[in-house]
Design a protein around this ligand. Structure first.
Ligand SMILES: [Fe+2]
Ligand SMILES: [Fe+2]
Length: 203
């Protein structure tokens, strides 16, 4: 596999390269803390925006060249799936299914996202150069609970798209619902445990 950091530097503007560098550092940190593979997290992070600065007609041509149609939805959500479609051809990259899913789903999210994909999704939204209203809430959630951070990122994405009257992917909504339902289920369990412990203490 080629040196992905060098490759990102050569393909991206300075501004975007610094974003990707921040995502790599944040993804490695989240991977360490939540038990994902750190090397895989770095690979996914260096890859995720390789096609972010390619214009729509060229992206369309790059999909067609490997026998694929562009996915449904806005063109600014194509760069992840396009990267996965062209991994072998452009980067000589053999990567795991987890890395492929993480890169493919980093913009829209997906209810089947595993740990590594969750790490990239949150790192992309929370890297140190991100500066938007609400980014602190994502960082605070990411300090404690990865699923809550994923849920918070998808909430904010959905709110942003609603405000702009843009299309909202069903994948994003399904991910959001699933993550909050898991967070709630865990909170209910923790409350029950605390109650039980409280009863023991007072017994
Ligand atoms: Fe992206
Ligand atoms: Fe990104």
């Amino acid at each position: 596999m080629k040196d992905l950091e060098q490759l990102a530097r050569s393909r991206l503007s300075d501004r975007r390269f610094l974003h990707v560098k921040g995502v790599a550092a944040t993804a490695a940190d989240l991977a360490r803390r939540f038990g994902a593979d750190e090397q895989e997290a770095l690979t996914a992070a260096w890859l995720h925006d390789m096609f972010r600065e390619v214009k729509e007609p060229e992206m369309r041509a790059l999909f067609l060249e490997v026998g694929l149609e562009p996915p449904p939805g806005a063109a600014d959500t194509w760069h992840g799936p396009l990267c996965v479609a062209r991994l072998e051809r452009d980067f000589d990259a053999q990567v795991s299914a987890q890395v492929r899913d993480a890169v493919a789903w980093h913009t829209l999210g997906h209810p089947r996202m595993g740990l590594l994909a969750q790490v990239l999704y949150v790192a992309d939204a929370a890297e140190p150069l991100r500066d938007y209203e609400g980014v602190r809430r994502i960082r605070e959630a990411a300090a404690r609970d990865l699923e809550q951070a994923v849920a918070t990122v998808s909430d904010m994405t959905i709110a942003h798209l609603l405000e702009r009257r843009s299309e909202i992917s069903v994948q994003t909504v399904e991910l959001r619902n699933l993550m909050w339902s898991r967070v709630r289920a865990r909170e209910v369990r923790d409350d029950a445990d605390n109650d039980a412990r409280g009863r023991l203490v007072h017994a």
